[in-house]
Design a protein around this ligand. Structure first.
Ligand SMILES: [Zn+2]
Length: 140
């Protein structure tokens, strides 16, 4: 393992591996819920087993960890200090996989949004981000 992994990031990773819920994801879900939206979770029959699916709006939301999913330009997506090449390949592989999954979902007619872990840290930022996604849903 990388020595620079924080406890928080490690637990994110472990929860991803176990397929349980992460804190950033829970924050997004509870906000959406408060706004009155209903959704399905970790839908296994869709590519990438999306975190949050709003079937009524054909909208998918992924809540991505900045380190593991390579948030562009984010300080949390720093390079590993040790075993550099190994991590570079692994993390680039993650990002490439994400792009493929998004493209696949879009071809299937889904609209895909990504909320980054760092955008869930401050309530106001998260509200703005989720608000922007929700506004694009339109009214039905
Ligand atoms: Zn980030």
């Amino acid at each position: 393992m990388v020595d620079r992994l924080t406890k928080e990031r490690r637990s994110w990773n472990m929860s991803r591996i176990r397929g349980t819920d992460t804190k950033p994801e829970l924050l997004v879900r509870s906000l959406l819920h408060r706004m009155g939206y209903r959704f399905r979770l970790h839908v296994p029959d869709l590519p990438g087993r999306p975190d949050i699916v709003l079937p009524k709006w054909q909208r998918i939301i992924f809540v991505h960890g900045c380190f593991w999913h390579r948030h562009p330009g984010c300080a949390q997506a720093y390079e590993a200090k040790s075993r550099k090449l190994f991590w570079q390949q692994k993390l680039e592989g993650n990002a490439k996989r994400d792009r493929l999954i998004c493209a696949k979902l879009r071809r299937m007619g889904w609209k895909v949004s990504i909320i980054w872990e760092c955008q869930t840290k401050k309530e106001a930022t998260l509200e703005r981000k989720v608000g922007a996604i929700v506004r694009r849903l339109g009214h039905q």
